[in-house]
Design a protein around this ligand. Structure first.
Ligand code: B12
Ligand code: SF4
Ligand code: SF4
Length: 317
């Protein structure tokens, strides 16, 4: 099979596995690596030290350090639920929290790698031989948004999210590094943000910076998920009712409001009791009940202790 036909077949196959976006780029250094370095050097990554070590920086600068045989990178997008699909219930006597929509269903770290392996197997079957490969979603040492933009999937918006014209930004990114030359797609060169600044105005903590990066130290998503310490008292009133993650800057985006579908890939459909948890009920969960309620859910990342800390901060509000 010639490389053009193989690229078409792989993209078609990726759709069968639930990816709504697929593009190919080269393993050349990503275009905004210097912005990433500046972001780290100014401490805006907070306590996410894993982003800043020398090994991680070197690999993000040069994907061939991950896979020396790499000749192309397949970049994919799989949609999760639109947060507008479960509007916050407003019974006055039952205070509820909000969980970011990416975490309503099964953990994407468990769902997506199986699909990526299936795509590698498909490619190897087409060629009749093993192909060097590495695949990731979220946890790999790659600048996923930069690679996605260069693979033609969409543009990096002012809220720093990768936005696809027909899809909005409610999707996960994933990549397969391949020791195989496939024709790269043209980068996405347009910037459809224009004069809009809705995400910047809507962010409760004002952490979105004018250079398409953010100060994670103030981001509700960081404070309620990655942060293992106390939430600084001066930021607690700004959490509104977000007990895990935050979708505000995406919900403000006209591209999501116009184009994002309501439902994502079925495994990410909301589980009962997760999108708008009753605060008093989740506050009373024992460690065992927490682990049971959030089995195979992204919410487990906060751990029982972090989730209770978040609920307490929201109750204080
Ligand atoms: C660390 C991290 C976070 C941190 C910091 C986020 C941030 N914006 O930097 C925190 C915990 C806050 C976070 C929050 C969220 N995250 Co997160 N996160 C990551 C992670 C692991 C690394 C991101 C990173 O390197 N940040 C540093 C900045 C500097 O890099 P960047 O975000 O890629 O931004 C690029 C632009 O700034 C660009 N750039 C710089 N200057 C300029 C100038 C111009 C003109 C342009 C066009 C671009 C540009 O270069 C940067 C480098 O590529 C990625 C996975 C990965 N390996 O990439 C997921 C990832 C970005 N997160 C993801 C998600 C889903 C979220 C949340 C929506 C979860 C939630 N609902 O709570 C929020 C979104 C908040 C937001 N507005 O970004 C998805 C995003 C998918 C998408 N459509 O964009 C990713 C890709 C994971 C995945 N595989 O799906 N996240
Ligand atoms: S996720 Fe929330 S806190 Fe973070 S930048 Fe977006 S609106 Fe601001
Ligand atoms: S809200 Fe406006 S400025 Fe922000 S990402 Fe969406 S289009 Fe761009």
């Amino acid at each position: 099979m010639n490389p053009d036909a193989l690229a078409r077949a792989v993209k078609e196959q990726s759709r069968q596995h639930g990816f709504v976006l697929a593009g190919i780029t080269t393993p050349h250094p990503p275009p905004h690596f210097n912005s990433f370095q500046a972001w780290l050097d100014s401490g805006q990554h907070a306590d996410m030290a894993y982003l800043a070590d020398d090994r991680s920086r070197a690999r993000r600068a040069d994907p061939c350090l991950i896979l020396p045989e790499c000749r192309s990178i397949l970049v994919l997008g799989m949609p999760y639920s639109n947060p507008q699909s479960a509007p916050l219930s407003n019974e006055p006597d039952t205070p509820r929290g909000r969980v970011a929509a990416y975490a309503w269903g099964d953990d994407y770290h468990l769902v997506i790698p199986k699909k990526l392996q299936a795509l590698v197997t498909f490619i190897e079957e087409q060629l009749g031989q093993p192909i060097p490969n590495r695949y990731y979603t979220d946890t790999g040492p790659l600048l996923e948004r930069d690679l996605a933009q260069r693979a033609g999937l969409g543009w990096i918006g002012k809220n720093t999210c990768l936005i696809a014209p027909q899809q909005g930004s409610y999707f996960f990114l994933a990549e397969i590094l391949l020791g195989l030359e496939l024709p790269p797609d043209p980068p996405f060169t347009l910037d459809h943000c224009g004069n809009c600044t809705r995400c910047i105005e809507s962010c409760p903590t004002g952490c979105i910076l004018p250079n398409r990066t953010m100060d994670a130290r103030r981001c509700i998503s960081y404070l309620t998920i990655e942060n293992k310490n106390e939430i600084p008292p001066e930021l607690r009133p700004l959490l509104q009712n977000w007990v895990f993650g935050c979708d505000i800057c995406q919900m403000a985006c006209p591209w999501n409001n116009r184009f994002a579908p309501l439902a994502g890939y079925p495994a990410f459909a909301p589980r009962p009791g997760i999108p708008n948890p009753v605060l008093a009920e989740d506050m009373a969960l024992s460690a065992g009940e927490f682990n049971q309620k959030f089995k195979d859910s992204p919410v487990k990342r906060a751990k029982h202790r972090g989730y209770l800390r978040n609920i307490l901060s929201v109750i204080d509000n």
